[in-house]
Every structure is written in structure tokens, then in C-alpha cells.
Design a protein around this ligand. Structure first.
Ligand SMILES: [Zn+2]
Length: 280
């Protein structure tokens, strides 16, 4: 059905309350764009046209629970791709909600994603709400959320510099004080395990012990946050540190800060920088 005129722009906060009516209007062919802080984050019309993966379960109709958190996830995933922190559909994200977590669907283009495409699963991975398959990495999202109750969000990306280090089996040592944003004296690299497996979840959990970020050998990186914007900020910082460390390594062996100095930094971060501390 063809749309009449310019798209109707609706703020995410308003859309949540009017969702059933907006959905009905979109079915009549009205082009409705959901915006957040003035930026378009989703096009309601595409709920009925954007099918890029095999749907499972029953299509979602009517009000979508946790609508705003879903738009936050989509916006963050798009930002990750916009700034080169992730490529294509390879990364994934989850956010803790009442009764479980919201997680990005498997293999779906972020530009095609609408709030109803985000899947709600329980802490054991059971599908609770949604018509798509959850990210193939749901194992480590569930295990980390379970083990670290203060983690509100998890981001996983194949960002270039962190992944390059991870392909060398290297973590990030205390070459720069900002390593402390990952919650400890260094950022570890989890040993390799096949994507989507419980073995990978085990390896990630070990590498995260006392930390808010880790690299994953021959794969990518993972960060935690109080919420998704905190996780995004940390992902940008970890990728920046990886780039700086690689650049320093290209010339020589970087000087490392002592454990004592890193402990001073970690103490200062608790009260000064606003960076969240590990869930220990
Ligand atoms: Zn991955």
C-alpha cells in the first residue's frame, strides 16, 4: 500500500503509548518514523515488509513491551556501525529487563530492524516474546547476565583493532591508565571457542572475572555496562585502547604502568570518572 505524503514522525516515548493505533495506521499505508532525540530510529511500516530471517513463533501485534529499551538497542547498534565499531550484522547487544533480557535478532541488518524484531529471552535462553531467532551468541549474553547481576547491558562487536589483537591472542596490558575503564589492571583475551557455543560462554566468563570487558581470541570483543549507553561508551574506549596499543607495538615495547599505579587509577575511577565498577 502506498503512503500519503511525508512520513509521520513520532517520538519513541509517545509511540509507546500510542503503539496499537500507530500500528493500525501503518497497516493503512501511513509511513510512520519513530524518532529519538530528533533522529529516526525505526520505520513502523517496515514491520510488515522487513522479513530477512526465518520468523519463528507468532508475529508480534499490538503493543510492544519495553519499547523504549528496544529503540535504544537499535539506535546503539546503528551507531556502532556508523562509527565503524562494528561491520554488517556481526555484532549483537542485550539489555536486562524485568524477567529476562532483550537481545538483537540473529543475522538481521540493523537498518531494517524495528522494535518488534528485538527478542525477549529468559536468563536460560528461553524465548519469551518475539517472532525472530535471538542472536546466535545468546549463550554468553545469558551467562554473563546471570553471573553479573549489576550488568544492565552487553555489547559484542568485531571492531577492527580489538579483533586484530584478539587474533594475535593478545589482551591489553596496563600500557595506558584508561585500561582501568574495563574494571581491572588489564583487559584479558578469552581463549578461542566456536561462536555460539557454551564453551565460548565459559571462556568469556573466565576472562571477565572482575572486569567489564574482554577480548575474544580470533573473534572480537565484549563489554558490559550499567545500561546500553554506558556499554557503548566503554566499547568505544576499548577499541581506542586497542588501536593505541597496536600502534605503540608497531614501534617498540610499550612501557607498562605498575600494578600499584593501576590500583590508584582504579580507586580514582570509583569516585571520579563515572565508569561503573565490576560486579564483584
Ligand atoms: Zn561475534
Amino acid at each position: 500500500m502506498k503512503s500519503d505524503g511525508a512520513p509521520l514522525q513520532v517520538k519513541a516515548t509517545d509511540a509507546n503509548q500510542r503503539f496499537s493505533r500507530l500500528l493500525a495506521e501503518s497497516e493503512q499505508g501511513r509511513d510512520i518514523v519513530i524518532t529519538k532525540r530528533g533522529r529516526p530510529v525505526a520505520r513502523l511500516q517496515s514491520i510488515h515488509t522487513a522479513v530477512t530471517d526465518t520468523p519463528i513463533g507468532t508475529p508480534v501485534e499490538g503493543e510492544v513491551p519495553d519499547f523504549e529499551k528496544r529503540t535504544d538497542i537499535i539506535e546503539t547498534c546503528r551507531r556502532m556501525n556508523d562509527i565503524g565499531l562494528n561491520q554488517g550484522t556481526s555484532g549483537n547487544a542485550s539489555v536486562r529487563v524485568e524477567g529476562g533480557m532483550l537481545i538483537t535478532p540473529s543475522g538481521m541488518d540493523y537498518d531494517m530492524m524495528v522494535p518488534a524484531d528485538i527478542v525477549k529471552i529468559g536468563i536460560t535462553g528461553r524465548l519469551l516474546h518475539g517472532h525472530r531467532r535471538p542472536s546466535s551468541e545468546w549463550h554468553f549474553h545469558c551467562r554473563v547476565m546471570e553471573a553479573m547481576p549489576r550488568a544492565g547491558a552487553i555489547l559484542h562487536t568485531h571492531s577492527i583493532n580489538a579483533t586484530a589483537l584478539a587474533c594475535l591472542g593478545m589482551g591489553i596490558p596496563s600500557f595506558h591508565y584508561m585500561v582501568g575503564v574495563a574494571g581491572g589492571r588489564d583487559i584479558r583475551c578469552a581463549p578461542y571457542a566456536t561462536f555460539g557455543t557454551e564453551e565460548l560462554a565459559d571462556a568469556v566468563l573466565d576472562a571477565l572475572d572482575g572486569r567489564l570487558a574482554c577480548l575474544m581470541a580470533n573473534h572480537g570483543m565484549l563489554v558490559l555496562g550499567r545500561d546500553i549507553s554506558d556499554a557503548f561508551k566503554r566499547a568505544v574506549e576499548v577499541e581506542t585502547l586497542a588501536a593505541q596499543y597496536l600502534k605503540a607495538l608497531a614501534v617498540g615495547e610499550p612501557n607498562l604502568l605498575s600494578d600499584g599505579e593501576m590500583d590508584v587509577i582504579l580507586e580514582k575511577f570509583k569516585t571520579y570518572s563515572g565508569w561503573a565498577q565490576p560486579n564483584k
